[in-house]
Ligand binder design. Structure first.
Ligand SMILES: [Zn+2]
Length: 881
């Protein structure tokens, strides 16, 4: 473990390496306790590097066993080796030489899940961002591109399967029951994309023929007996491969493409060239064990990692500051894929809800950073919603500004110009400037400036002059180390909705560039006059969430009610209703805090009922309409002096009001959605189940007893309905016989299916009762729970901190203590997951005084501990700053 506080890396300090490594041959003598790694590096001194430049290679917890240059041992006086670094001062005079490094690594005692480790008896690797240096000393930076040849040998029984990047070359038997395999990857790649997997696994195979006729063998490797649960992932993979050809003209380039599912994994999945390694949660699915949300996630993540083959692997990042170059762009691509495969409107609403839930708090708190950060202490802490999700929004805006055709031309130019290179955001934007002839200087601020812009807006209609005047003003709030902000280029899609619900035409617009239904905001203030508007319109703005901003408009309730019923853009309909719900919940929680009963307007409740029953709307959309903003959503909108208990009470009161008003409607709708057809994970069926689950909660609340949920739980033939019913039973009836019996039955049924037991942990972690903290503490003692497995930790402790607002923020500070205890216990074995968990405290300053003080004291206590990992120390320091 690294214990030093760590240097700060700065974008402006980037220097090209003095040495290159165009080729590397790796040889692994695999053994769980002690693996010997022999790396033969073809090293080249860079063109303009001085002859006497030392060669400094990165390491992490390494033991050097041997060091040779061109076959001869390097004298001890010529180099210095520590676990973290290998520096060689005396090097051959010729520009190119062969460096052989032998290191010894300990896979089975590697609990960080970085570098080479063992998961359920399977050797696997994770190298992004800086895990390769835990395998051998190397120039472990993404701009060093090498052609890899990998030879592995292992016990044939324990590891009949030997996989690495690229194409298989050779394999055979060895003495003592061992065997070997050699793989070669012809595409130069950075070390973070290296991977190997060795073990005994089952496989599902298939093949794919690319547009130009190349046959690709596909394999998905899972634990024996779980092969059938990989069928959906395989289907998603083939659809992704086809889609990338059709939408972006990108073909796959190797003879094989393999995916391996492992059960101990820090992240979702990893795009290693030709050998993706996945958290098994994002591969395994069937009706019995996976919800519709799981199916959708699998489809999206399989696609995401596959799409990286071009956006990330063929064209990679020059340095880690450019992480959004591959991530933001690839998230945008996987969003587009899911939108094409499913419902575009529903997908977009889901994206925006996730952005607001995860990225907005980041932008508003102490961990705020630009999409392309300028400094970091620990790069692992920058795999954030800002880099990924906001990074994707920036690419989406680019498309909105340029239009579909020019956007595609820019992408084509980017691929053509930079294939095989490690590049920057500037290179990326330049391709779009060159392809479109447009100047993107101001737009580039989206990459460089942190914070969510505020857009304030008001409008007035002059019936005599037939003009609509819209005043718009932008501001970007200060963020850590950035107090003065520059003005952004904000594309706002809009419409003027007429009295009949259709968009009104206008003759001209002055005061800003307005084209193709988009207002381009580039100054602080714009007064835009639309002329020739024949009736008073309702101004519908930021349609489709064209820009990731916070909108403050004058807010006539009648206009919002109108847009929620009539806007032609489904996102805006949902947004109008969500704004109404949020405003009413803020007012209600204020009332609760002041000791009053919350009250809700009848027309709002009626609107929700009408939309829920509107058969012309997609079922998935209707489910979203009935889903109230979460407690965390409301807290974020309130922004300061937050009392989570008051929000909880207010939200519960609104749920019950709607439930009472809709009792009959919901009962009929719920029954009518029942379906006897065999399970199918398609979007339409998933939408129907989503609506059924949403209605069930209202039904149960309206009836005041758990019968309907109990019935659905007992009768369900799929996980979506079973888990949906269990969630309701746990939320509202956990201390009754029905609640207890259902939880016990679920545990019994899935006692041998870890991924499903995670749902059982998750559902209990969300119960908002007074005993929540002790329940979670007791579940940590359950045989299924383990701090060593990130999925278990995220299911129980992660869910508790993110989705149980009243318990995590309990007034006595015990919720904070539970999370802090877990973070500290975890830090010694898996710093990356510990640091991620600690970000739950990022909004601590926005709470009311008592809770704020509890959080501050615990954070200060944690930060003062000895031997914190660099990952955790960095998060704590920034959170407290
Ligand atoms: Zn990615």
């Amino acid at each position: 473990m690294r214990t030093e506080s760590g240097q700060i890396f700065r974008l402006e300090d980037y220097k090209p390496s003095a040495y290159l490594i165009p080729g590397i041959a790796l040889d692994f003598a695999l053994d769980a306790d002690e693996t010997l790694v022999t790396a033969r590096l073809r090293v080249q001194r860079a063109e303009n590097a001085p002859d006497d430049a030392p060669l400094e290679l990165d390491g992490d917890a390494l033991t050097l066993e041997a060091l040779r240059i061109n076959g001869a041992d390097v004298p001890v006086s010529s180099y210095e080796a520590t676990p973290d670094k290998l520096t060689i001062r005396k090097l051959p005079e010729e520009r190119e030489f062969e460096l052989t490094i032998v290191t010894r690594v300990l896979p089975s005692s590697n609990t960080t899940l970085m570098g080479l480790y063992v998961s359920s008896g399977v050797f696997c690797t994770q190298c992004e961002a800086e895990g390769f240096r835990r395998i051998t000393y190397f120039l472990d930076r993404p701009d060093i591109l090498s052609v890899y040849t990998v030879r592995m040998e292992a016990d044939r029984k324990a590891a009949p399967l030997l996989l690495s990047n690229g194409n298989p070359v050779e394999s055979g038997a060895l003495e003592n029951g061992r065997h070997f395999a050699v793989w070669h990857d012809p595409f130069p790649k950075p070390s973070y994309l290296f991977a190997l997997v060795a073990g005994d696994l089952g496989v599902v195979t298939d093949s794919f023929t690319t547009a130009s006729g190349r046959e690709v063998s596909l394999g998905i490797y899972v634990e024996h007996g779980k092969e059938e649960r990989a069928a959906y992932a395989m289907d998603a993979l083939k659809r992704s491969m086809r889609w990338d050809e059709e939408r972006f003209g990108r073909e796959y380039d190797l003879d094989v493409f393999n995916i391996v599912a492992v059960s101990d994994f820090n992240m979702g999945a990893m795009e290693n060239k030709g050998l993706n390694v996945f958290n098994d949660k994002y591969v395994l699915a069937d009706a019995e064990t996976a919800t519709d949300v799981d199916f959708a996630n699998i489809e999206a993540i399989i696609a995401h990692e596959y799409f990286h083959n071009w956006t990330g692997n063929r064209i990679t990042c020059r340095d880690w500051f450019q992480l959004c170059l591959k991530e933001g762009l690839t998230v945008f691509r996987d969003h587009e894929f899911s939108a094409d495969e499913r419902s575009r409107a529903v997908k977009r609403i889901g994206e925006v809800r996730a952005l607001r839930a995860h990225q907005f708090p980041e932008d508003q708190g102490p961990l705020a950073h630009p999409v392309r950060p300028r400094r970091y202490r620990e790069i692992n802490n920058f795999y954030t919603a800002t880099v990924y999700e906001k990074g994707s929004e920036v690419v989406r805006m680019l498309r909105t500004i340029l239009g579909e055709e020019a956007f595609r031309a820019g992408m084509d130019l980017y691929f053509e110009r930079h294939d095989g290179q490690a590049v920057t955001i500037e290179d990326f934007l330049k391709a779009f400037e060159d392809a479109s002839g447009r100047d993107l200087t101001q737009f580039a601020l989206w990459y460089h400036q942190a914070g969510t812009p505020n857009v304030a807006l008001s409008s007035r209609y002059d019936a005599g002059a037939k003009t609509l005047t819209v005043e718009i003003e932008q501001s970007v709030p200060p963020t850590p180390s950035e107090s003065r902000k520059r003005l952004m280029h904000i594309p706002l899609a809009f419409g003027l909705v007429g009295p009949d619900g259709e968009d009104l035409a206008y003759e001209s617009a002055e005061g800003a560039v307005v084209e193709n239904g988009v207002i381009h905001l580039r100054k602080r203030r714009h007064t835009i006059v639309f002329k020739g508007v024949n009736a008073r319109p309702v101004f519908s703005v930021n349609r489709g969430f064209s820009a990731p901003v916070t909108l403050c408009s004058e807010g006539r309730t009648a206009d919002r009610l109108f847009l929620a019923r009539h806007d032609s853009d489904p996102f805006s309909r949902w947004q109008a209703l969500t704004t109404l719900f949020t405003d009413t919940l803020i007012a209600a929680s204020k009332a609760v805090r002041g000791g009053k009963e919350p009250a809700f307007a009848d027309d709002l409740v009626q609107l929700a009922l009408d939309l829920a029953a509107d058969a012309t709307l997609e079922e998935a959309f209707r489910a979203l309409v009935l889903t109230l903003p979460s407690e965390a959503d409301v807290a974020r909108e309130i922004g300061h002096d937050i009392d989570p208990d008051a929000i909880h009470t207010a939200r519960r009161a609104l749920l019950e009001t709607i439930a009472q008003a809709g009792r009959e409607t919901f009962g009929d709708l719920y029954e009518g959605l029942h379906d006897n057809a065999p399970f199918s994970p398609d979007a339409r069926s998933a939408g129907r189940r989503a609506l059924r689950n949403t209605l069930l909660e209202y039904l149960v609340l309206g009836e005041g007893n758990p019968q309907a949920a109990r019935r659905q739980f007992d009768d369900a033939d799929n996980m979506t309905e079973r888990a949906g019913a269990l969630t309701i039973l746990a939320q509202y009836f956990h201390d009754t016989e029905d609640g207890r019996a259902a939880l016990a039955a679920f545990e019994e049924r899935y006692r041998d299916t870890p991924l499903v037991l995670d749902k059982w942990l998750q559902i209990q972690a969300m119960i908002p009762s007074e005993g929540a903290v002790s329940l979670v503490r007791s579940l940590m003692e359950h045989p299924h729970f383990s701090l060593a497995n990130p999925n278990r930790v995220r299911a129980l402790i992660g869910t508790f901190s993110m989705a149980n607002q009243t318990a995590f923020h309990s007034a006595d500070g015990e919720g904070y203590r539970l999370v802090a205890d877990t973070v500290l216990a975890l830090d010694g074995q898996n710093p990356q997951v510990a640091a991620r968990l600690a970000t739950a405290f990022r909004s601590w300053r926005s709470l009311e005084k008592g809770r704020r003080e509890h959080a501050r004291a615990l954070l200060a206590d944690m930060a003062g501990r000895e031997n914190l990992s660099r990952d955790l120390a960095d998060i704590l320091e920034r959170t407290l700053a």
